[in-house]
Design a binder for this molecule. Structure first.
Ligand code: SF4
Length: 231
């Protein structure tokens, strides 16, 4: 059986070398799990996709945008803009005007602020909350004792397929995801047929910054992330 591909365990990252533009990267020293070495056929096939004009242009603009997120200073390369500006600039570059905002009810205030910011920059915003439709959770088999507000309350389910289909039907140019739950976001991504980006990743206890728990996993506070299978 083929060895598992494991870039995350790579000791050298030879695919991102600091060499002169006329030099060729070398993979002689690459680990045996390196996809650049052992997945040449898949890489070649994937590369063909960039030959499609729309894909190539989208990829090119994404890389131009990436470049514009940095600046050269006497102290070296520095980062320049937050992700929301990166998103605005990328949308401008692509000529997107009508944007879809798929947001979680838990970040409704932030969705309003983000709408104001994008509208102030000249975009049209179509926004859909995850609870749209107000369908009770019982519809997907949730038991009364599994409702967050308690068994006695009506609790609308998160409805990512509906969110996606509404934005599909509105024919927005580009979709921005804001704070959908794990799994609900998977369904949204599966059903939305429009190019999308993620502006906000929900993390209920880390101020929507999942990496905070990862950074703290080497401290006693979230050391449990590195212990045992289940705790
Ligand atoms: S592609 Fe190869 S060199 Fe690059 S990170 Fe993965 S294993 Fe390392």
């Amino acid at each position: 059986m083929d060895e598992k591909i494991q870039c995350a365990k790579c000791p050298r990252m030879l695919c991102y070398p600091l060499i002169a533009a006329d030099q060729e990267p070398s993979f002689e020293q690459a680990p045996s799990f390196c996809p650049t070495k052992v997945k040449k056929d898949v890489m070649e096939e994937a590369l063909q996709e960039y030959e499609r004009e729309d894909v190539r242009e989208f990829a090119r603009l994404a890389s131009v945008q990436e470049f514009e997120c940095y600046e050269h200073t006497p102290d070296g390369i520095r980062t320049k803009i937050p992700r929301i500006e990166e998103t605005i600039q990328f949308a401008w570059k692509n000529g997107f005007h009508k944007l879809g905002l798929a947001f979680c009810s838990g970040v409704a205030n932030e969705a309003r602020m983000i709408t104001e910011i994008f509208e102030g920059k000249g975009f049209e915003i179509v926004s859909v909350c995850c609870k749209a439709g107000a369908i009770p959770k019982e519809r997907i088999g949730i038991k009364p004792e599994e409702k967050i507000t308690g068994p006695g309350f009506y609790e609308a389910m998160c409805n990512p397929i509906t969110q996606a289909e509404i934005l599909n039907s509105e024919e927005v140019d580009f979709v921005i995801l804001m704070g959908l739950c794990v799994g609900h976001d998977s369904l949204f991504i599966r059903y939305c047929r429009i190019p999308m980006t993620v502006l906000v990743v929900k993390d209920r206890v880390m101020g929507h910054n999942p990496l905070a728990a990862v950074y703290l996993s080497r401290s006693p506070y979230y050391g449990r992330l590195r212990r045992g299978a289940k705790e």
